[in-house]
Design a protein around this ligand. Structure first.
Ligand code: 3MF
Ligand code: MG
Length: 343
């Protein structure tokens, strides 16, 4: 039995389209996904604002809330909670150049409108967390935005959200690049700086995604630990990534088992299960068939739980003795033997 509770987003079961080619699998409706998520053992669902309320740009504020209530009823039917809502500020013609840091004032206003509506939707779904993956808050042309102005715009946008609702928590999911070239908020360290500059730092934290840390050339477990040290790890997006290239969202642990083990180890040592959910942000391969649409989720859960079981049996007395004697060669071999199933 895992100590953790798991969450996933509807976008994690997808049609397989990528930047270079069309769909390879059939689309699956939201309710079918909820039913399967519940069956697989997930406790909650993560949402983009328009996952919950499609076509929201064309609806009034009251209509948006009414649509969100229908989704809440559907979640209840399957015993699922909602974990967070994230404004999707990268798909819309209004956000071609970003949202909160766009060079167009109208677009910045649109981004705030979507952020406020995301808060309304979160309230209707019964959750208090807003995730900001700042997809286009950066530059394609380095000279097109001032990094100083943009950083202040980002802080002000978050302040507006904190003022709009005094219970909502905001959580930045940092990523150093993609789809933009240079991001303004690329690591958990950046998030901590932004958080400290807001009007209520306790309500502003991080969502660390393993792949994004790897893309920044950093160790995901250390990024998780850095956020935990400040009590600012509001959620995680666990997955895997083969080095510094396009964002892959591979199943958790399939690329680097030791790194995956250490992410669970730091979560475990800090009793993260009392603080937040373990979110998976994983994608199926393009070659995956319709009938295997959920296999990558099953695999990620299986790998997480198998490694959690190893973390639970980690011999801290032995490890601490080796640490005191500075026998790190032996400590490394003990850990690797455990991961390899030889201990
Ligand atoms: C991009 C991501 C996103 C975010 C999601 C929620 C598609 O690299 O990781 O997943 O996690 O949009 O904010
Ligand atoms: Mg993510």
């Amino acid at each position: 039995m895992s100590k953790f509770k798991f969450t996933v987003g509807p976008w994690n079961v997808h049609t397989g389209a990528d930047s270079y080619g069309p769909e390879t699998r059939k689309a699956i409706d939201l309710e079918t996904k909820f039913a399967r998520f519940a069956e697989l053992g997930f406790s909650a669902v993560q949402f983009h604002d328009d996952d919950a309320v499609p076509n929201m740009n064309n609806l009034t504020e009251e209509e948006i809330k009414a649509e969100a209530r229908k989704v809440k009823a559907m979640l209840d039917k399957y015993g699922l909670a909602a974990e967070f809502v994230a404004p999707r500020l990268w798909m819309d013609p209004h956000t071609t150049d970003g949202g909160f840091t766009s060079t167009s004032e109208k677009d910045r206003e649109f981004a705030m409108w979507r952020a406020y509506r995301s808060i309304d939707i979160a309230r209707e779904l019964g959750c208090d967390l807003i995730v900001l993956w700042l997809a286009r808050e950066g530059t394609l042309c380095a000279e097109s935005k001032s990094p100083v102005t943009a950083t202040r715009q980002l802080v002000e946008a978050i302040n507006n959200m904190l003022r709009y609702d005094d219970r909502i928590r905001v959580c930045i999911e940092p990523k150093p690049n993609e789809p933009i070239d240079r991001s303004f908020c690329g690591t958990v360290g950046h998030v901590m700086g932004v958080s400290a500059a807001t009007i209520d730092p306790k309500r502003v934290g991080a969502n660390l995604e393993s792949a994004h840390a790897v893309l920044a050339g950093l160790d995901p477990a250390n990024e998780i630990g850095f956020a935990l040290a400040f009590d600012k790890l509001f959620t995680v997006h666990l997955n895997d990534q083969n080095g510094i290239r396009y964002d892959q969202d591979k199943s958790f642990g399939v690329e680097n088992l030791r790194q995956a083990f250490n992410q669970i180890k730091v979560l475990w040592e800090n009793r993260y299960w009392e603080k937040g959910y373990v979110g998976l942000d994983v994608k199926a391969m393009r070659t995956t068939s319709d009938e295997d649409s959920y296999e990558h989720l099953k695999n990620s859960l299986e790998i997480f739980k198998a490694l959690e079981e190893k973390v639970a049996r980690y011999d801290y007395d032995y490890a601490n003795k080796l640490i005191a004697e500075r026998k790190f060669e032996q400590l490394e071999m003990y850990t690797l033997n455990l991961i390899m199933g030889l201990k």
